[in-house]
Design a protein around this ligand. Structure first.
Ligand code: SAH
Length: 215
């Protein structure tokens, strides 16, 4: 039996997002329309809307829907921004950001995953404003900087300086920072020349690799 994906999506939005306090109507709308089932590996499709991360191969995983919605909400996007998505993985998170911003650069360090993300985005027709690049996102992607939003989906030991440098003003950066196992999702807000930082929640992400990640 083929699941009724739109109603699975609605249930996920009600039970996992609204109930936990996600309020931004644009974020809820994006989560209602982006087909997560198209971004998870075939044999775990049935689990697409479960309240958990899912393996995508290469020891990596696609984040829990709530975490993606929360990170997107914290960026406070209005639709005019250029956003950097670090840790492209399956391309799902990039697709959500693409529905909320003008343009998304999604950078992925594992070449095979960058290819998968590109394929998933073009198959679903969501690649119109999303560019997938292969590289070390711990160094950002200076070519399209400054970014009004930067979203990092892998855990860093510290906030990478190159990302702070490429963050625009105004700009918002969300990134899990902490140990290899447990981290805090940090929000860095740049506005009128002032940079402020606060914690949003505790979380568990796969490690950020590369120059400013874990060796
Ligand atoms: N956002 C993804 C899943 C994130 S999993 C999705 O929606 O599916 C974290 C991803 O970050 C993995 O794909 C991993 O390969 C990638 N990654 C880790 N370190 C990186 C780095 N320095 N630069 C770019 N990508 C990195």
């Amino acid at each position: 039996m083929i699941p009724d994906w739109p109603s699975e999506r609605r249930r996920m939005v009600d039970r996992q997002l609204r109930k936990r306090g996600i309020r931004d109507p644009r974020v809820l709308g994006a989560m209602l329309t982006i087909p997560r089932e198209e971004f998870v590996p075939h044999d775990s499709r049935i689990c697409s809307y479960q309240d958990e991360p899912l393996p995508i191969g290469y020891g990596q995983s696609i984040s829990q829907p709530y975490m993606i919605a929360l990170m997107a909400e914290l960026l406070e996007l209005t639709g005019v921004e250029t956003v950097l998505d670090v840790g492209g993985g399956s391309g799902y998170h990039a697709a959500v950001l693409g529905a909320l911003a003008a343009r998304v650069i999604s950078i992925e360090i594992v070449p095979a995953l960058a290819r998968v993300a590109g394929q998933n985005l073009s198959r679903t027709g969501l690649d119109r404003n999303i560019l997938v690049v292969r590289g070390d996102g711990s160094l950002g992607w200076p070519e399209a900087a400054p970014y009004a939003g930067i979203s990092v989906a892998a855990a860093a030991p510290d906030v990478p300086q190159p990302l702070l440098k490429q963050l625009g003003d105004p700009g918002r950066l969300v990134i899990p920072v902490g140990g290899r196992q447990d981290q805090e999702l940090r929000v860095i807000v740049k506005s009128n020349g002032v940079t402020e930082e606060h914690g949003a929640t505790f979380c568990r992400f796969v490690p950020l690799r590369g120059d400013r990640g874990w060796r």
